[in-house]
Design a protein around this ligand. Structure first.
Ligand code: SF4
Ligand code: SF4
Length: 433
């Protein structure tokens, strides 16, 4: 076992620069510690600043810390509400009482019902919330016209009961989400719409988010373009070397970096097995992300008060040795089970199976327990993109996966669970993620 801290720019150990051989040589503990050290030089703004734009002298009953979101003037809580599953508007007020002032949703989350619940919950406290929503690719249509973008935001604002959002993301920019990928971020009509809504005071900062295999290419382009203020990107203790280069660039250029998919798959039906006297796996995973001072904050799905309590507690306390041990135990169990959505295996598939997307849909259903989200999304795939073929295949994809995942087995299991209960293509909302 190697014991010197890994640094993401050290190519001799960099898992992003070589396939599975270098990954398997790398000590998991060194892997975990190295990423935390990589971002530790930046300044973290702490202190009690409860509102997005208005200081509050009354400190919240938590140790929540706040950071500045890139070059924006927004001060955001280290932990943000991921609003996909949110049904109870009171949860927004409860989260704010725990210092959480960043709330993320989308036009397409549960057909707009996430925005409606958040709008209900923000009544009377809107000025204390930093609010983000998204332009959903599946509702934009082709060609993507300026007026469609504007109308989509207006619909979101109506549901959110507000006259503006603080961050407006282009959601799921990637080759699979709408078949376009980067051209969506280069669409002049999108920028014309953006200038119109910005001038009207309906949105303050522009963002980009994505999941697809071309995520890194798209995010680097977004940051280099100078037109994108904030990115929302996957980042976890099992998935970081490429992201660290992007995070460094964001830090240099003043682009906010918001992390998602921070639980590294949240594998295991009972994560309480990964708990010690002081913390649990999820808190350790969140603390690991926040130990990188160049990360602006993170969002994580919240649907009940227990989750708010659990996740809010991850802010304001540094990584302890026991946290590293928890993550190391998790990695030893699940590192070869968690897809990083790199898409490297998809080239090897003789069919068109959307491997990374299917494994992400499976995670929503099984690990996140967001019942219906994964199976609806799966139902939106055309037959050749599904994993029905895998049971009769010799699994060429597995030989390409640099993380040694039993890809075929995972896909067969995903298909078994996802391919029931929904008609083919239930509509654009199902593809939102
Ligand atoms: S098991 Fe075969 S059909 Fe399924 S994704 Fe892998 S290569 Fe493609
Ligand atoms: S199965 Fe492996 S190669 Fe394929 S997307 Fe997931 S991590 Fe990448």
């Amino acid at each position: 076992m190697q014991d010197r801290p890994h640094h993401p720019t050290d190519d001799s150990e960099n898992p992003s620069s070589s396939p599975s051989s270098s990954r398997s040589r790398l000590s998991r503990r060194a892997f975990l510690r190295g990423a935390a050290l990589a971002g530790a030089s930046g300044a973290v703004g702490g202190g009690w600043f409860r509102g997005g734009r208005t200081p509050d002298s009354d400190p919240p009953p938590s140790d929540m810390r706040y950071r500045t979101l890139g070059r924006t003037d927004l001060r955001v809580s280290e932990i943000g509400v991921g609003g996909y599953p949110l049904r109870d508007g009171d949860l927004i007020r409860y989260a704010l009482d725990h210092g959480i002032n960043y709330v993320d949703t989308s036009h397409c989350y549960r057909g707009g019902r996430s925005e409606e619940a958040i709008g209900e919950g923000m009544r009377g406290i809107r000025d204390q919330i930093v609010l983000a929503t998204k332009w959903c690719p599946y509702h934009i249509g082709r060609p993507a016209r300026k007026q469609v973008f504007i109308d989509m935001l207006d619909a979101s604002l109506k549901r959110l009961r507000t006259d503006h959002v603080d961050v407006l993301f282009n959601h799921q920019v990637g080759r699979n989400s709408d078949g376009q990928g980067l051209p969506r971020l280069q669409n002049p009509e999108m920028y014309e719409a953006w200038e119109t809504v910005k001038q009207a005071g309906k949105a303050r900062f522009l963002g980009a988010s994505g999941h697809d295999a071309d995520l890194m290419q798209i995010m680097h382009w977004a940051v280099d373009s100078g037109r994108i203020d904030v990115i929302l990107c996957r980042y976890s203790f099992l998935d970081y070397p490429e992201q660290q280069k992007l995070i460094d660039k964001c830090h240099e250029k003043g682009v906010g970096f918001i992390a998602m998919k921070t639980l590294a798959g949240a594998r295991g039906a009972d994560l309480d097995a990964f708990r010690d006297s002081y913390t649990n796996f999820k808190q350790a995973a969140l603390k690991w992300v926040l130990s990188n001072a160049k990360v602006s904050n993170l969002v994580i799905s919240m649907s009940n008060r227990r989750q708010v309590d659990e996740y809010a507690a991850a802010s304001g306390s540094p990584m302890a040795a026991s946290d590293y041990e928890l993550l190391d135990r998790y990695a030893s169990h699940f590192s070869d089970q968690v897809c990083r959505y790199c898409g490297a295996c998809e080239e090897a598939c003789p069919d068109d199976v959307r491997i990374a997307d299917i494994l992400r849909f499976s995670m929503y259903e099984k690990e996140y327990r967001q019942h219906g989200r994964g199976s609806q999304a799966y139902a939106s795939l055309i037959v050749s993109e599904r994993a029905a073929h895998c049971a009769h295949c010799n699994g060429l994809c597995e030989s390409v996966c640099g993380y040694d995942l039993p890809v075929r087995t995972l896909l067969i299991d995903a298909h078994r669970r996802l391919a029931t209960g929904y008609p083919r293509d239930p509509g654009p909302d199902a593809r939102a993620g």
